[in-house]
Each structure stands twice: as structure tokens, then as C-alpha cells.
Design a protein around this ligand. Structure first.
Ligand SMILES: Cc1ncc(COP(=O)(O)O)c(C=O)c1O
Length: 264
């Protein structure tokens, strides 16, 4: 799919516990004497292949992180320079002049993107209370895409993703979920039929407040190809070091989530 799925990765069994996947996925296939981690790739150009030549085309460190996100979310990941860069790429899937439903409590940064696009008549934005399933389903008619943020930042509203996606599919509406605050260890929207998941890797996945990075995880190959091309064309690429650190940050996530559980 993406140009940067090098090298061959250690195989991941679909039935593995996600906690195991966080520490295994994105590591190179076991070869005697080879490093256990995918090395950090810092290069603006490559010895040319048909799909890899320039630094916007791909990077092994992105590929390692994307491999882990693929396996954790059950889709095809493309990483971007930030969560907002990833969100911007998603909006380009919506037809010009299309109507996007957006939760009132969505992260302010994504709402700024939508406001800007509406100002330029690129989109029509209609606000929804995503925690109110009946109202959200009622609002679907006539929309082109529904943006669910669940859990919302910072108001912690939870959407009934399965119910909303079920109705959205009947109307052929693109279903997008910003799942940043849930993480793939707590919620896998693609399993509920959503088309697209957004992760601000900056937050829990990166886990150490030392980088900004975003990811779009798609169910379909066509959407994933769109994301890779978008990243190449617009250049919102992550740094190789940031991708390496994000994958390293992902590994202790299960322990962090256990530690966050309320004490009995
Ligand atoms: C839910 C949510 N979506 C998107 C973003 C934007 O991500 P980034 O800061 O990586 O651009 C954030 C950042 O806080 C967020 O919390």
C-alpha cells in the first residue's frame, strides 16, 4: 500500500492480545544479528526505486509506526506531521460544497479547520451533539460525512459509534471517528464499520509530550491510497526521529492505561 512498508516486519497474529501487539508490531522480521528495532531513517532522498525517491514518498520509520497502527486499529495507517495535518487530509475526502456533521464538543483545532473550510465555501458545517444518538442519527439526512469525536477533548462526551455508523452506512455517508482520547486499546471504530479513524499520536500513543504526529487509519485501500498521495502532494510528513519515538512511546501504553484506572 504505502511506499514505506520496509523492511519486512515481524509477523503479528490477529488473535494476539493488543497489549502484546503494542510491543511487537513494527519491529523488523527476526534475522540473526539484525537490530530488534527498525532503525531511525533520516534521509531526504533515496537511491531511486519506482515508488521511493524523495523524502515525501516514504520512510522506514513511518512504515514501522504505521505497521503497529495497522495492527492495533485493524486498518491501513498513514502518518502525518500532526493530528491536525491528518484531519486536514481527511476533509479532502469530502466532495466540494459537501455537508459535514461535527460535534459541538470536538477538539477546538479541528473545529478551526472546519470553520476555515466553511469560510472558503469548501464545506458546509452542521453542529451535532454526538453524545445524543437519536439527534445525531436524525441529522444524518442530507449530510456527506459525519465526524465523530469519541471520547471528546476536553468534555469527554462518548458517541454510540456503532449505532451512528450503522445509519450513516444506509445513507452512504462517510463515517469518520477521531479516536484519540480512546486509543486503539479501548476502542476500534473500524470494527464498528467506520471508514476512517483519526489519531493525534501526539497524545496518548506518543505518550511522552516530546513530539507532534498524526495518523489516519482507513478501512479501504482506496482511502489509504488517497492519504499517501495527499501526504506526498501536500508534504505534511512526520520526521523520521519523531516516528521512531512515537513507536517507542506506544510500547508502554498498556501499562499507562492500567495506571490510569481508578484505584479500587
Ligand atoms: C481529540 C484530538 N484531535 C486532534 C488533535 C490535534 O492533534 P495535534 O495536536 O497532533 O495536531 C488533538 C490534540 O490535542 C486532540 O486532542
Amino acid at each position: 500500500m504505502s511506499n514505506n512498508k520496509y523492511p519486512e516486519f515481524v509477523p503479528i497474529e490477529p488473535n494476539w492480545n493488543p497489549n502484546t501487539i503494542t510491543v511487537q508490531a513494527g519491529r523488523p522480521a527476526r534475522v540473526a544479528g539484525a537490530p530488534m528495532n527498525t532503525p531511525i531513517t533520516l534521509s531526504s532522498t533515496y537511491v531511486h526505486t519506482t515508488d521511493l525517491g524523495y523524502g515525501r514518498d516514504g520512510n522506514q520509520s513511518w512504515g514501522a509506526l504505521e505497521e503497529a497502527l495497522d495492527k492495533l486499529e485493524g486498518g491501513i495507517a498513514t502518518t502525518f506531521s500532526s493530528g491536525l495535518a491528518a484531519a486536514t487530509a481527511i476533509t479532502d475526502l469530502i466532495v466540494p460544497g459537501g455537508t459535514l456533521l461535527v460535534p459541538t464538543g470536538a477538539y477546538y483545532g479541528v473545529k478551526n479547520i472546519f470553520a476555515r473550510l466553511e469560510m472558503h465555501k469548501r464545506l458546509i458545517v452542521r453542529l451535532i451533539d454526538v453524545g445524543n444518538t437519536d439527534d445525531t442519527i436524525a441529522a444524518l439526512k442530507g449530510a456527506d460525512a459525519v465526524w465523530m469525536e469519541s471520547v471528546t477533548n476536553p468534555t469527554l462526551v462518548v458517541a454510540d459509534i456503532a449505532a451512528i455508523v450503522n445509519e450513516a452506512k444506509k445513507l452512504n455517508i462517510l463515517a469518520i471517528v477521531d479516536s484519540t482520547f480512546a486509543t486503539p486499546l479501548r476502542q476500534r471504530p473500524l470494527d464498528f464499520g467506520a471508514d476512517i479513524v483519526l489519531q493525534s499520536v501526539t497524545k496518548f500513543l506518543g505518550g511522552h509530550s516530546d513530539l507532534l504526529l498524526g495518523a489516519v487509519i482507513c478501512k479501504s485501500n482506496a482511502h489509504a491510497e488517497f492519504m499517501v498521495k495527499h501526504r506526498q502532494d501536500f508534504g505534511a510528513i512526520p520526521g523520521g526521529l519523531d516516528a521512531f519515538l512515537a513507536l517507542r512511546g506506544l510500547e508502554p501504553l498498556p501499562c499507562v492505561l492500567i495506571a490510569l484506572k481508578p484505584m479500587p
